[in-house]
Write a protein that binds this ligand. Structure first.
Ligand code: NAG
Length: 325
């Protein structure tokens, strides 16, 4: 990390001493020039952010204190909730503060850090959601082997690999982008420092970087999404052999809600990073990114757990414990 920033500092000085001035600040273009729209969006995003924080903190709390939730599924869920708090916090507070600030800007290093953390947490989330789908696949399709296949060590290893990949890919990606020369304009047509809108401002040919982004998006967004679809297809396949209609209906509704939230996260991500820029505008990207940056982290706690009987019971226990104090 320190190395990365020193590197970028050096590059900036190198560029500044050349014949064009280097960008030291970026500015975000607002979603709209209409004040009412800005105010409405501010409150909407604020509300979504607070809901995300509250929901994910609640999941972390009950999964730590309730012994009934000390299983692999809740280990992953807790890890996901922790991740989502960090993920939304890497972009949304800055957006909210900037909404009413005069200059709506971010420093060069701040922008690099934002891109790094957003990317790191995004890649980790893609990977973690896949691990969670795998966990459900083993639980439903191989229930007898579940405890040996998904042990506590395996859980730690799977999530550890996800975090490691997130760090690795993004140290590389962010360094690659922020060592390019930026010599203006410095107006980002987005509400945070996302890869493509920033890359667009570099004053050299960025074809190679675009190819890298494309490869990362295929490997870390598209492939996980397909793996998730495959594991849910197996789950549904197994589900049809469950004798009780009630059991079938329950598994089906759980799978369906998981798939919905997973789709809300991956599909806008794929459209943004995989469909060539010429087909859709950066403006539509800006709106699409609201899905994967705020909407999905807000929905995850609701769908993964509040619809879930075990979590509801744990919540009841938590509330009655509070009352008895
Ligand atoms: C998430 O997983 C990583 C890697 O296994 C672990 O180090 C970290 O403590 C976990 N975080 C939470 C909140 O469970």
């Amino acid at each position: 990390m320190t190395f990365l920033f020193f590197q970028m500092g050096n590059t900036r000085w190198a560029v500044a001493s050349g014949n064009h001035t280097a960008v030291t600040h970026f500015f975000f273009e607002p979603f709209s020039d209409v004040l009412e729209v800005q105010v409405a969006l501010f409150f909407l995003v604020l509300l979504m952010y607070l809901t995300t924080m509250w929901g994910n903190l609640l999941i972390i709390t009950i999964s730590v204190i309730d012994p009934a939730l000390h299983s692999p599924m809740y280990f992953f869920l807790r890890n996901l909730s922790f991740l989502e708090i960090a993920y939304t916090s890497s972009t949304i507070p800055k957006f909210l503060v900037n909404s009413f600030a005069k200059d709506k800007g971010i420093s060069f290093v701040g922008c690099a850090m934002q891109m790094y953390f957003f990317g790191l947490l995004g890649v980790t989330e893609c990977c973690l959601l896949t691990a969670m789908a795998y966990d459900r696949y083993v639980a439903i399709c191989h229930p007898l082997r579940y405890t040996t296949m998904i042990s506590h060590t395996v859980c730690l290893q799977l999530s550890g690999v996800c975090w490691f990949l997130g760090v690795l890919v993004n140290v590389w990606q962010t360094t690659f982008i922020f060592t390019l020369p930026f010599c203006g304009p410095n107006m980002i047509n987005h509400f945070f420092c996302d890869l493509l809108p920033v890359l667009k401002l570099a004053c050299v040919d960025t074809f190679r970087n675009e190819i890298y982004i494309y490869i990362v998006a295929v490997v870390f967004v598209m492939v996980p999404f397909l793996l998730i679809l495959v594991s849910y297809a197996w789950i549904l396949h197994t589900n049809f052999s469950i004798p009780s209609a009630e059991g079938r209906r329950k598994t089906f509704s759980t799978c369906f809600s998981h798939l919905l939230v997973v789709t809300l996260f991956y599909v806008p991500g794929m459209v943004t990073y995989l469909i060539p820029k010429s087909i859709h505008s950066h403006n539509s990207n800006k709106f699409l990114s609201l899905f994967y940056s705020v909407m999905s982290p807000m929905m995850n706690p609701l769908i993964y757990s509040l619809r879930n009987k075990e979590v509801k019971q744990a919540l009841r226990r938590l509330i009655s414990r509070k009352r008895s104090f």
